[in-house]
Design a protein around this ligand. Sequence first.
Ligand code: BDR
Ligand code: CA
Length: 356
Amino acid sequence: MPTPLPLILDVDTGIDDSLALLYAAASPDADLIAATCVSGNIDAEQVGINTRAVLELAGRTDVEVAMGRQIPLVRPLETTPETHGPQGLGHAQLPSPSQPLSDRHAVDLILDEARRRPGEITLVTLGPLTNLALAVLREPALPRLLKGYALMGGAFGTSGNTTPTTEWNIHCDPEAAKIVFRAWADAMDEDPSIPRPLALGLDVTEQARIEPAHIVLLARRSGSTPDESMALEGGDDPMAPQRSVASDPIVRYVADALRFYFEFHQRYDGFYGAFIHDPLAVAATLDRSLVETEALFVDVETRGEITTGMTVADRRRLTGRAANLDVARSADVATFLDRLIELLGGLAADRVNVAR
Ligand code: BDR
Ligand code: CA
C-alpha cells in the first residue's frame, strides 16, 4: 500500500468543505495533519468551530486546527449564509467542539510544517487564498518546500458562480489569488522541477453532482437505518424539528447538511442535488487519475470594471509565460462519487463499531 500523503487542508467550512474534511479523514491515502481556517463561506471564527466539530464527528481529534486571517487582504469580507446556512453547515447541528484551536496561526503552521518536512507536505486550499498569499509573501520558497499544491477555485472555460466571470473562492480575495498564482509562476521559472499546482475550477467541480439517491447508498454502506433518502423527524408535521432520522451520526450529519445545499441548488441551479466542489479537489489530489488536465498560464483580474476576480487562462500562449497551473478539464465523477460513498460510509460504520 502506498504511504499516505501528508496533507494540510485550508478551509472555509462550509457544507462541501465539511465533506472534503470527512473524505480526507477517512481516506487511507491521506495523512491529514492539519486544517487551517479562513473566512469565506462563513466568518473564520465559525469556520474554526465547524472544522473542529466535523473532525470530532469523524473521530479525528488528533488533527490540528489553526485559525487564519479573518478578512481578505484588501477587500471587505463577504460571506454566503444563503448557500451554506446561517452557521455554514446547512440544517445540521453538531455538538460544540471539545478540542481547542491550535496555538499557532494558520500561516505559521503552514510555513513551520513545510520547513520542518521539506518536500513532504501537500497543501490543498478549499476557500479564498488569503492564508496562502500571506504564507508565500513571507516565504517565497514555499512552492519548493511543499510536495504539491492543489486548489478548488476559478472558472477557466465556463461561467462564474458568483458573478458572470468569477468563482466564489477567487471572487472573495482576488488579490490573494493573484499573489499565489504569480508566486508559483516565478518559483517555477527559477526551478522548473517544482510541480505545477493542480487547479479544480467550476469546469469540473460542477460535474460532481450529489443527489438524494447517493445518501441512500451512503446509509446502506454504513448500516444506518432507515435508508430512505432524507427521511425527517416528525414526518409531515410542520412544527416538528426538521432533522434527519438516520440512526448513524455521520449519515445524519451529511443528510442534514446536504438538504440545505440541495434546496439552494434547486433555487439557483434548477436541480435537487448539489455540486460538491471541495471533496472532488481532495479526491483528485490523492488520485490524479481522476482528472485530465491542461497546463496553462493563469492570472487573476484585480482591476476590472465587471470582471474582477476572473481567472484569465492563456490558452493560445499569447503572454509568452510558462504554464503555472495544471487546470482540470474533465473528471471521472462516477468513480469519485463511488469513492466518496465508500469512504464516508466506511468511516460511519467504523465509528459505530468503535462506540460499541
Ligand atoms: C467554492 O465556494 C464555496 O462556496 C465552496 O465551499 C467551494 O469551495 C465553490 O465555488
Ligand atoms: Ca470551500
